[in-house]
Write a protein that binds this ligand. Structure first.
Ligand code: FRU
Length: 493
């Protein structure tokens, strides 16, 4: 056995015994949580040997971030996950201080390759340094490459920081392996560097794909780079962003999609537009993979660094993944929809067509904490309505509210009355413009996970709720004049 006597075996033994004490009812039903302990970024998301593999940043021993391991789960439908043994532990010289985020790629010989960031102590006593490493295996057990790091810091071009050099996303294209790695430049700040290799072991620097240009954060994390139809998408998670007046980016950590074109001969990426990926309170570090049917699927860490120090620990696990989402570009925007597999969880349907609402009211049969609810606001047929509000997780004086200001064309997600006792961000406001006279709000609830998809996913808002499970009411309200709605609810089983 490759890992006998190592930190990995210790982690595997520990996680098994710790997980036995967690009952299924202590977890959301279709959002992936760590087997035990701490989870952050999705890593190595892929389809390999007949199922999806989703690895994650993992510290099994506590519900706080610690020396990073990789956890692992597999699924055939992206909703029901089966835990697999811990995959990587920080047990070699190049990764002794942590196995940070990375990606995976099935190899022609049938093995799965993992590419990740190794964190090492600085021999000069400065901040820890970051390098890129690989490991390969059968999907469960992996052997780290003897010659790690495969991308040492000496391959970094002038001006880039070896302290911030991480999160390789690997792919194969036109006879070469490529990887996009985030780093920080003294002037251009957050940047994504492209490296190329013929064997995934010997790499050379190619170019800088894009950078913050001093505008979109100080450091970029977790890049992903892929084509979606005719559009090339560069995903990054920028840190220390200054909020923009158009409501696209908020202060602090954000997720961004840079849309443009990519010349595969010169490796020049030309950025056309920039948008947020998710504008909620709990979403970061998304990563994508290609499904066997050609869909590009994205999953993010459904949590935020800003709130993790104070977020309550209710279980012996902490952190979760978002619902996996299908990506598409519509009208120049990256759009996300819940994976269609969610329909396999649909139980009874309630459909209320053309309901008129003014004063706060519930609607027959509408409510619950595990549901897929679509509310279509017929703005064109509600000329006097200035504001439409939807409350959910309502009960005992607690609620979460989504308010659409129809005059301003904005949406406010507000969980401040949801029962939280901590002074952390609770409100986000973003543009919400009717399309063909309608606003559509699709809300997926899985106990304390809420994900809102606006207008076919042109904007999304992910947030965790603190309201107790019994707070399951849903109500509707209009201001200024009545609003006409169509409401369709599927309970999720
Ligand atoms: C993003 C991140 C990555 C890093 C990992 C460490 O959330 O900071 O850049 O690889 O988390 O756990």
């Amino acid at each position: 056995m490759a890992h006998e006597g190592t930190k990995l075996n210790a982690a595997r033994a520990f996680e098994c015994s710790a997980a036995e004490k967690i009952s299924a009812g202590d977890r959301p039903s279709f959002h992936l949580t760590p087997l035990t302990g701490w989870m952050n970024d999705p890593n190595g998301f892929c389809w390999y040997n007949g199922c999806y593999h989703l690895f994650y940043q993992y510290y099994p021993y506590d519900t706080v971030w610690g020396p990073m391991h990789w956890g692992h789960a597999t699924s055939t439908d992206l909703l029901h996950w089966q835990y697999q043994p811990c995959t990587l532990a920080p047990d070699t010289i190049p990764d002794g201080m942590g196995c940070f985020s990375g990606s995976s790629l099935p190899l022609p010989d049938g093995r799965l390759l993992l590419m990740y960031t190794g964190v090492t102590a600085d021999p000069q006593g400065g901040k820890n340094l970051q390098v890129q490493c690989v490991a390969s295996g059968d999907g469960i057990d992996f052997v780290k490459e003897e010659n790690n790091p495969v991308i040492p810091r000496t391959l970094l071009p002038e001006g880039y920081s070896a302290v911030d050099f991480r999160d390789p996303k690997i792919w194969y294209e036109g006879g070469s392996y490529y990887c996009a790695v985030a780093s920080r430049h003294t002037e251009n700040l957050g940047s994504v560097l492209l490296f190329e290799s013929l064997d995934a072991l010997h790499w050379k620097f190619v170019t800088v794909l894009d950078s913050s240009r001093g505008q979109l954060g100080r450091m970029w994390e977790c890049p992903d780079f892929f084509a979606l139809g005719n559009t090339q998408v560069l995903l990054v998670s920028p840190q220390e962003v200054q909020a923009t007046a158009d409501g696209e980016f908020h202060c602090g950590d954000n997720t961004a999609a840079l849309l443009g074109s990519y010349d595969r001969t010169t490796h020049v990426f030309t950025r056309r537009s920039v948008q947020a990926v998710d504008q909620g309170l709990d979403f970061y570090a998304p990563q994508t993979t290609l499904a066997p049917d050609g869909r590009r699927i994205l999953v993010g860490w459904m949590q935020s660094w800003a709130t993790t120090p104070t977020a309550p620990r209710r279980h012996t696990w902490f952190g979760r993944m978002s619902l996996p989402r299908e990506l598409a570009v519509h009208n120049g925007r990256l759009c996300q929809q819940p994976v269609r597999e969610i329909e396999t969880l649909w139980a009874d349907e309630i459909r209320l067509e053309g309901v008129t609402v003014a004063a706060p009211t519930g609607l027959p049969g509408i409510g619950g904490r595990s549901l897929d609810l679509t509310v279509t606001v017929d703005v064109a047929a509600s000329p006097d309505c200035r504001c439409f509000a939807l409350r959910f997780a309502e009960g005992g004086g607690r609620f979460v509210e989504v308010r659409c200001d129809l005059a301003k064309g904005s949406l406010t997600f507000d969980r401040s009355c949801g029962g939280c006792r901590r002074d952390i961000p609770h409100i986000r406001t973003l543009p919400a413009v009717p399309r063909e006279g309608r606003l559509t709000l699709r809300l997926i609830l899985d106990l304390d996970c809420a994900e809102l998809f606006l207008n076919g996913g042109e904007r999304t808002v992910s947030a965790l709720l603190e309201a107790p499970a019994q707070a399951a009411g849903i109500s509707f309200r209009a201001e200024g004049g009545p609003v006409r709605l169509t409401v369709v609810q599927h309970t999720l089983r």
